[in-house]
Design a protein. Sequence first.
Length: 318
Amino acid sequence: MNRKALLLKIPYFIGSVLTGLASLDSRSVVDSLGDFTDYYSFIEKAGLSAFTLIRYLWKALAPGELITYYGYPMKLEEGEGIGLVYLLSPLILMLVLLGVYLIYKKSGKTFRKQWLFGLLFFTVNIGLYINFTPFGPTMWAERYMYLPLIGIFICLSLLLDELLKVANFKNAVYALTALGLVVFAVLSRKQSYVWKNRISLWENSIKRTNAVYPWMELGKAYSQRGNIDKAIEYFNGGVALNPYFPKVYYFRGLAIKEVGDRAYAKVDFERVIKTGGDLVGEAYYERGLLYEEAGRLDSALVDYDSALVYNPESLARI
């Protein structure tokens, strides 16, 4: 690769880094696992990172069973691990990297340079999202693959180009490409039904993950449609999956309050206040409303003051 060609590629790498940094800044740390350093051991974090990278690679080649939310593996019991599949992921990743290296080693000079460029493009873009230190509630997401996929498809294109030069593989490459297009078209059509509305979107998620977040979002969707009983059912399901997720208690409290059970709604708001999170201010405000309705104005004022401490925007509603 000559100097001029290298200089032409520099803006792409700069753009990749800037895009990644912008994503880092835009992703919320709310609902993450808190002190991640203590929650997972170093080996577990390495396993999660390797698993995430392998999933990105796999989804690039076989984008099936797509869902909206991919949660972290939770350890709800003391001494509980994250699962063997995560711990074995570094070994699987090593085998993948060995295969990549062998292709690089056995190829020509021009192929090596282009192959290396594709790998570096993928690595620079995806490296910010492999979750060795997470910064958001999702373990990984397909939307972070869009730019890195350019690097992967550069490498795949190079491989296909080499295979097309071999007479015995030429027809097979064409046949597999045509078959792949048909399969992807069918999968895309099937996935379009999932995105019909919020309910179908989150119902698809709870079928394929045991994370609490989809249950909470499905409950919110039913609540917005006025089906409070159904909403409470899904909020209860979320609590059953993970009783340490404060947000689900807040929204369940709102729903229970809607059906008239003020006492139990108060219990849920107090759980949010005790557990913490970004809805503590909102929980204080809602409990203050309950105190006010019950005629306990002094307690209501205390909660309203607390709501302002946690969320000054509450002032507009008080």
